[in-house]
Design a protein around this ligand. Sequence first.
Ligand SMILES: *Cc1c(COP(=O)(O)O)cnc(C)c1O
Ligand code: SF4
Length: 370
Amino acid sequence: MTSDTKLYHAPAAAPDTAWQADVRAGVRHVRDLDRLPLSPAERAATQAAAANHKVRVPKAYLDLIDWNDPADPIRAQVIPSPDELVKTEGELDDPIADHEFSPVPRLTHRHADRVLLFPTYQCAVYCRFCFRKESLTAIGRGYTREALEPALAYIAEHPEIREVILTGGDPLSLPDKALVEIRARIEAIPHVRLLRIHTRVSVALPSRITPGLVEALQGRPMVTIVTHFNHPREITDATEAACRTLRQAGFVLLNQSVLLKGVNDTIEVLEELCRELMYRLGVKPYYLHHGDLARGMAHRRTTIAQGQALAGALRARLSGICNPVYVLDLPEGGGKVPIGPCYVEAREGENWRLRGLDGQARKYTEIVGE
Ligand SMILES: *Cc1c(COP(=O)(O)O)cnc(C)c1O
Ligand code: SF4
């Protein structure tokens, strides 16, 4: 140091946490797409599509992409595609009618015992196939304490609500401090038994799963984390460590996947995904969602018959605990109904004909005491 070195420096910006640095180093704006190894034609197409639905990909998830494969299943989930601009008749802005069942802002109440609460409409990663993309685009608002007041008052006034599901947006894109506030407010409502969190951070931003986050969520209510893995390549040392942290905290871990053409619509991919989720991550496969009618997603939808064949093959190959339930979330708020293969072939009175897991039909006669 020389004597003329300035003694006072402007205070350095607060150092990033690891996860904030990971978000910062990824794709955050359309202009960041310029840094990706895309051909000029791909770049132009990507930018047109990005104008339609936000882009954000943390570095950890970006690093999983094999850029030599144009059909890479990780890339397909987060890098905009011109196919998204194809609008097909019958697609919907609000495919599962969240808005129709929203008595107050930021809350959906469709089933008596549980509500969806939307603390933020922002995510750590934006998935191209998101069925809430219209609310993410249209609303784009983050978390404030005031914005949640009407929803919290509604929950307090409805004793039939036992389960509060934080979704969005991605609730775990919020800082720990906000999560502590939200959890404390929910915890203070005595009839709420379980806090459920739907998140993609354990997949796309595993550095977000920290001891501070665990502490923020721990309290009186039972905590269930519903992760969103779609492909076995998302199961890495980092996502394994994140899930271990959550499991060791005593949280129940479940996974929901979306069936996506070109990503996970083969039996090999789905079988490995479900098996490794359970055996390596300790995450129970919960739902396999049929692709809903989100706009611009025709290129990623399979038919229901294809989904049923996959669900049937999974049932035959994997243990019960490795099997998700194949569901369709009905438009107009009909709820999630199981649409897996049907094993009942015929029935006459108490005589049933059922198909076994080996594909062979068998008779079963009911015998019931008076
Ligand atoms: C999906 C969903 C739930 C949760 O349903 P589960 O079958 O319990 O997982 C609750 N409310 C709404 C409005 C939903 O869309
Ligand atoms: S994290 Fe969830 S809410 Fe956010 S874009 Fe992906 S699917 Fe949609």
